[in-house]
Design a protein around this ligand. Structure first.
Ligand code: MRU
Length: 351
């Protein structure tokens, strides 16, 4: 972790070490702060698949550094043609299917190599560093834009972990909460547990504690009751992929939170960099939803938490229809109550 000067923004989960990638191992939090050293592309792909690094922008950045490792590995085998990067790119992209940031970043790295016509790890490292720097800058901008939508004195609820741990730093939805907290606009921050992997309980409230932002944890099933009592004015969430019409894939449970929010008059803000917007798909029905191991539902920490032999269904993302979203905040601007064409217009106008 690289300390920053801001006491409300102290964590950096991904660090390139010159010859390997150092990841804060999110499987071990909050109990242990340990790092994982990835020295080859297969190790990076495994770290992404196994959730040592997770969160849409973070897996994109890790994938970009994975391509740098792939380039060095190819040269050490005497392979100098850019074709040698195609298979590693496929391996990285296959590590997780839903967040488009992974394919976006790996494809950008591959295109940079193709444009150069040679495998040059130094040039690719500069490209990976640029992806990381752009993400951090985007997060700070989204923080300002999103915080500006929140009326002073509001309570907010967030889901999953969208903070520094899920990005180059600062965070998307949690970046908005970080900015709004720093500006004194928030009366309370609530974080849902986020079954089954507990990103909210294990990561978000840990991250907020590190960054001295008080937060209250609730079980996922308490969220509608919280909203019914009027404690929150905004549900602020991230995204793994946003279709052209604004339909948004995010952590499983976001859809039911958005439905409850609409019922109780709580506004829904989706915060994501433009690299999460996938204009190639018209709506959310085309988004592949990752299904993970049943054991994530039936076991925890090595212990069975369900009756022996039971089958479990474990989709880890869902799609919230654009009609339930009040604002999509990107670093390029805000789309309120998204309609088909709005995101494309924003991205074209600001390109
Ligand atoms: O399975 P995860 O932990 O990678 O899921 C993460 C989320 O769903 C986040 O909300 C999303 O990636 C945005 S992170 C800034």
């Amino acid at each position: 972790m690289t300390p920053t000067a801001d006491p409300h923004d102290t964590l950096r989960p991904i660090a390139w070490q010159g010859d390997h990638l150092r990841l804060l191992d999110q499987r071990r939090l909050p109990g242990e702060v340990v790092h994982l050293a990835c020295r080859g592309v297969d190790e990076v792909a495994a770290a992404i698949h196994d959730l040592a690094v997770r969160g849409a922008p973070a897996i994109g950045i890790a994938g970009a550094w994975g391509m740098v490792l792939a380039a060095s590995q190819a040269l050490s085998r005497g392979e100098t043609g850019v074709d040698a990067l195609e298979a590693p790119a496929r391996t990285l992209i296959a590590a997780r299917p839903t967040a488009v940031n992974l394919a976006w970043a790996v494809t950008r790295m591959l295109q940079a190599a193709r444009a150069a016509g040679v495998i040059d790890p130094t040039a690719l490292a500069a490209q990976a560093r640029a992806i990381e720097a752009e993400d951090l800058a985007a997060n700070r901008r989204m923080g300002e834009l999103g915080a500006g939508l929140i009326a002073p004195g509001s309570g907010v609820l967030t889901h999953c972990n969208t903070g520094s741990l899920a990005t180059a730093g600062f965070g998307t939805a949690l970046g908005v909460i970080r900015s709004a907290w720093s500006a004194g606009r928030l009366s309370a921050v609530y974080a849902s547990e986020t079954r089954p992997w507990l990103q909210g309980a294990r990561l978000t409230v840990w991250e907020l504690a590190q960054d001295r932002i008080p937060a209250t944890l609730l079980v996922d099933s308490a969220a509608a009751h919280l909203m019914a009592g009027g404690a929150v004015r905004w549900l602020v969430v991230g995204a793994d992929r946003i279709a052209a019409n604004g339909d948004t894939a995010n952590k499983i449970g976001t859809l039911q939170l958005a439905i409850a929010a609409r019922h109780f008059g709580v506004k829904v803000m989706v915060v994501a960099p433009s690299s999460t917007v996938d204009l190639s798909i018209a709506d959310g029905s085309a988004i592949e939803i990752e299904l993970r191991d049943e054991a994530e539902v039936t076991r925890f920490g090595g212990q069975a938490t369900a009756a022996a032999g039971v089958r479990a269904w474990n989709p880890v993302f869902d799609v919230t229809p654009a009609g339930l979203i009040d604002a999509i905040v990107t670093e390029r601007g805000v789309v309120e109550r998204p309609q088909p064409g709005d995101l494309a217009a924003l991205l074209v106008a600001t390109s």
